[in-house]
Design a protein around this ligand. Structure first.
Ligand SMILES: Nc1nc2c(ncn2[C@@H]2O[C@H](COP(=O)(O)OP(=O)(O)OP(=O)(O)O)[C@@H](O)[C@H]2O)c(=O)[nH]1
Length: 327
């Protein structure tokens, strides 16, 4: 929601976010390096790479997920190069994102892009995936796989972007089959490396589901925080309080004030403690805390800031605070 009925004259918003001494390196689990190694080893069986990102931030697609496998759209020099597999960029969760600036992709020369909503039963964009990859594969050399009539795709992406949901949606649409891949609200659900799953009969298309993989080098702390906000990193590794504060900062910076209405606040506010307290009171999220006084121990009721932060972040990820583009 954009600014409408509230007066902003008294609201002062931060012009930058203070990340303190935080380091992104501590946020990423070790199993990812192993995953990348196994994926690299399987690449020769793959005809096309499907790279999934979150539509909430268009900056991620700029970072190759697998080092040495350049995304053709990122670098036109690689487009004709024979050892680069066809590449489809899927920007998922479009239902949550304000994609009015998607023209930037075209400006940057990014080709073969699809915006998807994998949770919608009859999503037209998911239907386009197989025809598009088929077309891409058929117009590229397949080397030693030329005889093989079945196609193999590899799905890659940071954790929690919806890789499993896309696989399930493809199976639902093309095979009328149920779930093959477990979906979860927390990053790191897909741990079994490289399971081969059929997603289409004509032509026979299989894909390799992979564990979530992050770019080995996150460009900076702010990119890391955006990944955290999108649910790519386990919340507790980063801290719900700091994610919630970064969310508030971002919403105010982008003038997306849906949170004011959702939590019935008096108006936009940039003080996370104040906002979390109001959320906790509104939702009845309180906790009993023991206090030691001069006359003995007493129990007092306090707002549960962590529970409020969790609700605030969850509401954002569900799209309940309005559509947002974090870049
Ligand atoms: N709003 C919205 N949510 C989605 C969409 N696709 C997936 N999700 C949700 O995002 C969360 C993660 O989805 P998964 O399919 O498990 O993601 P993943 O990339 O396989 O996750 P990892 O196993 O951690 O790598 C789940 O809560 C899904 O319901 C979408 O298009 N829109």
């Amino acid at each position: 929601m954009r600014l409408s009925s509230w007066s902003l004259s008294s609201a002062v918003f931060r012009t930058g976010f203070d990340f303190g001494q935080r380091e992104v390196a501590h946020w990423f689990p070790g199993h990812m390096a192993k995953g990348i190694k196994q994926m690299r080893a399987s690449l020769r069986k793959v005809d096309c790479i499907v790279e999934i990102h979150d539509s909430l931030s268009l900056t991620y697609y700029m970072f190759p997920l697998l080092p040495n496998i350049p995304f053709s759209g990122r670098n036109p020099l690689f487009q004709e190069s024979l050892d680069v597999r066809p590449h489809l960029l899927v920007l998922n969760k479009m239902d949550l994102a304000d994609i009015s600036n998607k023209w930037q992709l075209e400006r940057d020369g990014v080709k073969n892009v699809l915006f998807t909503d994998c949770l919608r039963q009859r999503d037209e964009s998911v239907k386009k995936v197989i025809p598009l990859v088929t077309q891409l594969i058929e117009s590229s050399p397949r080397f030693h796989r030329d005889e093989d009539r079945s196609y193999c795709l590899m799905v890659i992406g940071v954790p929690n972007v919806g890789k499993s949901s896309l696989i399930n949606a493809l199976r639902r649409i093309n095979l009328r089959k149920g779930k093959a891949s477990k979906v979860g609200g927390e990053p790191g659900i897909t741990k079994a490396v490289l399971t081969k799953i059929q997603v289409c009969e004509r032509p026979p298309v299989y894909l390799l589901d992979t564990p979530g993989v992050l770019p080995p080098k996150i460009q900076n702390i702010e990119t890391g925080m955006k990944l955290a906000l999108c649910g790519t990193i386990l919340d507790h590794l980063v801290g719900e309080d700091i994610i919630a504060d970064y969310l508030l900062y971002s919403l105010n910076r982008l003038q997306r004030f849906g949170y004011v209405e959702k939590y019935e606040l008096e108006g936009p506010c940039d003080d996370i403690q104040h906002v979390l307290k109001s959320i906790a009171v509104k939702l009845g999220k309180t906790q009993r805390v023991k206090a030691i006084t001069g006359i003995g121990d007493i129990t007092i009721k306090m707002p549960n800031y962590t529970a409020a932060a969790y609700d605030f972040i969850r509401a954002f990820r569900k799209g309940e605070l309005g559509k947002v583009m974090l870049d």
